[in-house]
Design a protein around this ligand. Sequence first.
Ligand code: NAD
Length: 275
Amino acid sequence: MTVPTLTLNDGHEIPQLGFGVFLVEPADTERIVLDALEIGYRHIDTAAIYRNEEGVGRAIAASGIPRDELFITTKLWNADQGTESAHTAIDVSLDKLGLEQVDLYLIHWPTPKRDLYVESWKALEQIKAAGKTKSIGVSNFLVEHLERVQAASDTIPAVNQIELHPYHQRLAETSYGHDHGIVTEAWGPLGQGKYPLFELPEITAAAAAHDRTPAQVVLRWHIQQRRVIFPKSNNRQRIAENFDLFDFELTPEEQTAITGLERGGRVGGDPNEVN
Ligand code: NAD
């Protein structure tokens, strides 16, 4: 099964489907990431704050998969924003991952009250220039944060990783991304299981029509909108189910019905309030 890629605004390719490791216990991470790599995932999304970069690194090493076939993302934690602390933080992350370079390094949250994200963005530009990451981007940025970064820098973020699922579709951020060449990565693509998405008729009808699970329908809906996703599961069967998205296609009517489910249902923090 070949996962499609999207081209980032710096020319690098990103696999549209990856595996996320938020809330994967450090002690379980190596085994679970190895499961994902065996199933065929080549894109892993971690973060310093997940405390499982070592496990991701051990899985990468144990897998024997050539480094250039993998796409690894990690993130600068809020407490490490600022020039010097960002430079230290990427070195710590690379050391834990056992890598010389990640594919994508993100500012995890803007934390606007601390007002360090523009300075941190400039540090990420330097980190990229030093070859420690191929691409740089942001996460949980609202349009006002993206605009400030763009006004202060020549580098447009390659991605904005934001909470996005059928109940919370982020039209302002995705439109801005579309207009400025910023790929949208949807975190919580399944709504973190906090909403009854899998029981909604718009989703169960499409699942029945394509002989797929409701989770596969929701993930496919993201893929057809050209977003990057990395659903998380600890369960090997579900990890395989979430990878199996590329031999069916939702109809335009099915896509529209799912898009119609928007109801402002955020599951995570408000990016202006997470400080
Ligand atoms: P998700 O929407 O992927 O939901 C995960 C939950 O869905 C799990 O608890 C699992 O039990 C359930 N699930 C997974 N596959 C299923 C299936 N096939 N059928 C039924 N249930 C299934 O939420 P997430 O883990 O928060 O998001 C995915 C990734 O996004 C994370 O692992 C992380 O890498 C990233 N993330 C980033 C941020 C950020 O601030 N940048 C925040 C949260 C998550």
